[in-house]
Ligand binder design. Structure first.
Ligand code: ADP
Ligand code: MG
Length: 785
């Protein structure tokens, strides 16, 4: 039993470029390091704050702004991981306001390999250690739970791809008669190696990201608990040791009101997140001596972490602090919370149990062995043929045995020679005729057929979708042609010109908008309501973007800030690939060398043996040549090992980089979809406004000349940038609005010219129009974040 208080660390997030530093100092020298924060006198909320206050907090260790992720892992997470490997439970939780670096610390940054957080590093460490220990049989599982608004969601539920988060069964808490907590609907996924575990983490993070929308910034208000479950058993023993490590990314701890009346900092205002409030209550109760009732049951999070907060667990907290001026108040609150947490004492005990099922299996086996022995000793052998039933039973036994991947499994048919013989014969048949070996293949055939049927259905659906899309595009083109013709005839008809110009867009407003968009109105409506919560993964495989949408996506991608990251990572990945290739070549080279040297040793030995035969009088003595060759082999082996371990490290790094790239790409796609849905919605709103207010329609064309009226994020003076090089064409053009294609520009404010050079050229014109639009998007920096 290990008794100790919860370890509490602090990590200060690096200041942003435009952030003003608050005043604080770190003293890591004292027996217990301390952090001092000074709140200067200043005007707050129009009142004068006369209290000049300085706060001092003690921590196990304080990591200042420059602390890197590897140091955080080594000092904070590694000791906990070691305890978990030894069979104790462990918990690490990150607490702090939104933006203070919790996710960065727990999961890591999505950009650089070196930014990997505690979870991937811990997985790597644990699997490394497990591999080294061959004395036990280990099984590892992971689970990933998100708690949002008191509801639990399984982030690893494979059905995420097909349905929306809220449609999946909720994770609920069950309590058994011993008051042990069980989580219903939370899947435990087996991970046999680091790669599988990282993939699961990636899957969960992606599901978390997808579920989030601009309206529902779930990540700052939800708690995420990634749990690694390890069980170990010595071969042949029925005692199982189980331990779990919770890695918790808590919801943002910010309070609703930052400053109270009189600019008083640190008002104990309501928490945004009630469950964090309950967490604090539990912590307070645990820290108080002689408290018999701890209010764990008040919230899902405290129930889940019940045995990890004040019980059988090695618990560690990281207080995440943002030390810029604006956030100093929140940071002081975080530190205060941390001080209370530091008072809690935990008692961690080894979680060992005897598995009754294993015990029964063991005893049964023992009985059977004894019976068999008895039969052999007494010489009682059955002589009649095996019955049909017995044969079937044997077949089943053999099949189960062959399917079982457990190296410990054995085929036990008893001490009956007829059965033993039959088993051998049956196995021989299976080996010689793998294609006819039983129902396995049959069922495979059926499932394959089922799969291909499903595939066919899917393809049919896709085809239908494509047909629809083509129809939409064709209609768009037709409308465009017609409109061009109408506009020309109207221009000719109206001698005054200006009235005609004002009227034409108003008349064909609704139509004029549709060709310039990639989707029709109806589609936009459907899109805006459905996209934000649709799982990306399924869309990546199923529905595809329309051409216009793709076009917009290309531009968006080019201008997105993350594209630099993608490029950087691509370069890095290429570099690593090249390095890996070089190392691979080197490995081959060393291997060849070793083989060559081995050949030489054998040659030498043959020579010496031949000599001994021809000169039997000469004694076989120590051969320095052979010794030298052996030494060379040893040297080469050493270098082989170093190169190989570097090669293996590179492989892990490359895999991680690939996952990172995938993540950034998904984020990009998601950003685009959110933007797209917003644009569609905006467009719809504007459309309905235009319908209700006739004024808008008359004012509309003038917008194109009035850049001052654009909103701050829109692009100014859109006319100038229309890439219509041919002045003759420009003279002949009609201007009308083309909303939604101009990113973040209120639709009526931008314009596009459609050259009207005659009906025969209509098609070419439309192409030119599309190209012009593309150029505008490009020049305006569409999608710049
Ligand atoms: P939280 O999860 O607490 O809301 P995040 O982890 O999302 O905060 O951090 C907010 C931003 O600050 C992210 O862009 C993150 O990459 C960055 N960040 C946080 N901590 C660090 C750090 N130690 N070094 C570099 N960037 C950091
Ligand atoms: Mg976060």
């Amino acid at each position: 039993m290990v008794k100790e208080t919860i370890r509490v660390y602090a990590r200060v997030k690096p200041l942003g470029r435009r952030q003003q530093a608050g005043s604080y100092s770190v003293d890591n020298e004292e027996p217990l390091p301390s952090l001092e924060i000074t709140v200067p006198r200043e005007l707050g909320d129009g009142f004068i704050n006369n209290k000049r206050e300085s706060y001092k907090f003690k921590f196990q260790k304080i990591f200042d702004q420059e602390a890197k992720q590897d140091v955080i892992f080594d000092s904070i997470a590694k000791p906990v991981a070691e305890c978990v490997l030894a069979g104790y439970n462990g918990t690490i939780f990150a607490y702090g306001q939104t933006g203070s670096g919790k996710t960065f610390t727990v999961t890591g940054g999505a950009e650089r390999y070196s930014d990997r957080g505690i979870i991937p590093r811990t997985l790597s460490y644990i699997f490394d250690q497990l591999q080294k220990d061959s004395s036990k049989v280990y099984t590892t599982h992971v689970s990933y739970l998100e708690i949002y608004n008191e509801c639990g969601y399984d982030l690893l539920d494979p059905r995420h791809e097909a349905s929306r988060m809220e449609d999946l069964p909720k994770v609920t808490i069950m309590e058994d008669s011993d008051q042990n907590i069980h989580l219903k609907n939370l899947s435990l996924q087996q991970a046999t190696n680091e790669e599988e575990a990282l993939n699961l983490l990636f899957l969960g993070d992606t599901n978390r990201m997808i579920a989030e929308t601009p309206m529902n910034q779930a990540s700052s208000r939800s708690h995420c608990i990634f749990t690694i479950h390890i069980s170990s058993k010595e071969p042949g023993s029925a005692t199982i040791r189980r331990s779990k490590l919770h890695l918790v990314d808590l919801a943002g701890s910010e309070r609703v009101a930052k400053t109270g009346i009189g600019g008083q900092l640190l008002t104990e205002a309501k928490y945004i997140n009630l469950s964090l409030h309950y967490l604090e209550q539990v912590i307070i109760a645990l820290a108080e001596k002689n408290r018999s009732h701890i209010p764990y049951r008040n919230s899902m999070m405290t129930s889940v972490l019940r045995d990890s907060l004040g019980g059988n667990c090695m618990t560690t907290m990281i207080a995440m602090l943002a030390m810029d001026k604006r956030n100093i108040g929140e940071s002081i609150s975080t530190c205060r919370f941390a001080q209370r947490v530091a008072l809690i004492k935990n008692e961690a005990v080894l979680n060992e149990e005897i598995d009754p099922r294993l015990m029964i299996v063991q005893l049964k086996k023992e009985i059977q062995d004894l019976k068999d022995e008895l039969a052999l000793v007494t010489g009682k052998q059955r002589t009649s043929e095996l019955s049909q039933e017995e044969l079937l039973q044997l077949d089943e036994l053999i099949e189960t045995f062959l399917k079982d991947n457990d190296p410990d499994s054995s085929l036990d048919v008893g001490a009956d020679m007829r059965k033993i013989k039959y088993s051998f014969v049956h196995m021989k048949q299976i080996i010689n005729h793998p294609m006819t070996s039983g129902n396995k293949l049959l069922s495979q055939d059926i499932s394959e057929e089922k799969n291909s049927n499903e595939e066919l259905e899917k393809l049919k659906g896709l085809l239908q979708q494509r047909d629809n899309e083509i129809n939409i595009l064709v209609t768009m083109l037709k409308k465009e042609k017609k409109k061009a013709r109408d506009a020309l005839s109207q221009l000719n008809a109206s001698s005054a010109g200006s009235t005609g110009l004002e009227q034409s867009p108003s008349m064909s407003l609704e139509e004029s908008q549709s060709p310039s968009k990639c989707f029709s109105l109806k589609e936009a409506k459907v899109l805006s309501s459905s996209i934000p919560r649709l799982p990306l993964l399924s869309r990546a495989t199923g529905g595809e973007m329309s051409l216009g949408c793709q076009e917009a996506f290309e531009v968006f991608k080019r201008d997105h800030a993350d594209s630099i990251t993608i490029e950087d990572n691509k370069k890095l990945l290429k570099q690593r690939f090249d390095e890996a290739k070089c190392l691979g070549e080197k490995l081959n080279e060393v291997r060849n060398k070793i083989n060559h040297l081995k050949g030489k040793v054998i040659q030498r030995q043959i020579q010496r043996a031949a000599q001994a035969v021809s000169n039997p009088s000469e004694e076989l003595t120590f051969d320095p040549v052979e010794e030298n060759l052996r030494m060379q082999i040893e040297e080469e082996k050493k270098s082989y090992k170093t190169v190989y371990s570097r090669f293996k490290g590179l492989k892990v790094e490359i895999e991680h980089l690939q996952l990172l790239m995938e993540k950034v790409k998904m984020k990009l796609q998601k950003d685009f979809e959110i933007w797209w849905a917003e644009e569609a919605k905006k467009f719809q709103q504007e459309k309905s406004e235009m319908v209700t207010s006739p004024n808008t329609v008359t004012v509309y064309p003038q917008f194109t000349r009035s850049s001052q009226q654009l909103s701050p994020i829109s692009f100014s003076d859109t006319n100038r940038d229309i890439p219509n090089e041919d002045p003759a064409v420009k003279k002949n053009s009609v201007t009308f609005g083309s909303p939604t294609l101009k990113t973040r520009t209120p639709p009526p404010s931008s314009s596009t010219s459609i050259p009207l050079t005659g009906d025969s050229q209509a098609d070419a014109d439309i192409l030119a129009f599309i190209k012009a639009r593309q150029n505008i998007l490009q020049k305006k920096g569409l999608g710049n974040k």
